[in-house]
Design a protein around this ligand. Structure first.
Ligand code: PEP
Ligand code: MN
Length: 266
């Protein structure tokens, strides 16, 4: 079986300088100052191509911080104006899509808890009809390749050709050193079915802690993934979400410097 998607190569819609694409920024936008300071520090490293920030946060249990909401779009707009970095946010329904588009967000991503639900993905796809914007689809929380493929097909079916996948690992009942098992074979199968589909790795949500991120990042590049999405925060220890897995902009810069990129085979 081949997966037929109509896709534009990543380097035609994002300038990655032929390096792996690095997307970074906080798990959650918390305050304007936190987002802007982090964005400036990331931009100064010269290694980040896209600023990410969650403003609508799908929390597994109620009673936790569920994102700063629409006001975060204004902060992202300002971060982009001041740093020149294109911005990316997670969208989980049609209203999020409409607000993000109206605010000039550059890239949308679909989170792992949304990819599992075809109704949700279709609602997002319908809101994207006639729109030309890059969309990245995270794998579903559970190791189901068909759900991941189905979500990519729905978004592509809406006419989105600047399309990529994000491999963020899979929930497992088994205890492991990882927050989400990488189960690399699923990403490899997706690549085999559709070689033109860019796959970006998210070592932050795979690892769940800072320490393992360099190892998973290198492994992803060794498997020819085209980029990394790594959460960063000016002071990870006080982050409102995912504190254990965020890195400072300085640590991110060091981590990127240590990565080895294989020369493409000629
Ligand atoms: C996130 O990127 O902060 C996030 C909520 O990720 P995921 O959908 O992979 O859990
Ligand atoms: Mn997160």
């Amino acid at each position: 079986m081949k997966l037929k998607l109509n896709i534009q190569p990543l380097n035609t819609w994002l300038n990655t300088n032929n390096e792996p694409l690095i997307i970074s920024g906080p798990c959650s936008a918390e305050t304007e100052e936190q987002l802007l300071t982090t964005a400036h520090l990331l931009a100064e490293t010269g290694k980040v191509s896209v600023l990410r920030a969650g403003i609508w946060k799908p929390r597994t249990r109620p009673g936790e911080f569920e994102g700063i909401g629409s006001i975060g779009l204004e902060w992202l707009k300002r971060a982009k104006a001041e740093t020149g970095l294109p911005t990316a946010v997670e969208v989980a329904n049609a209203k999020h899509v409409e607000e993000a588009l109206a605010a000039g967000v550059d890239i949308l991503w679909i989170g792992a808890r949304s990819t599992v639900n075809p109704f949700t993905v279709q609602e997002i796809a319908d809101a994207l009809k006639g729109v030309d914007i890059p969309v990245l689809v995270k794998n579903p929380v559970n190791p189901d390749l068909q759900l991941w493929i189905g979500a990519l097909e729905r978004i592509n079916g809406a006419g989105i050709t600047k399309l990529g996948a994000i491999h963020r690992g899979f929930s497992s009942f088994e205890k492991s050193s990882f927050r989400n098992e990488p189960m690399w074979e699923l990403a490899i199968q997706l690549k085999t079915l559709c070689p033109e589909l860019p796959i970006i790795n998210d070592p932050s949500h795979i690892c769940g802690n800072r320490e393992l991120i360099p190892y998973i990042s290198q492994k992803a590049l060794d498997l020819d993934m085209q980029g990394l999405m790594i959460e960063s925060h000016l002071d990870p220890s006080v982050a409102w979400t995912d504190a254990k897995q965020q890195v400072t902009p300085a640590a991110l810069s060091e981590l990127v410097d240590r990565l080895t990129v294989r020369e493409p085979e000629s």
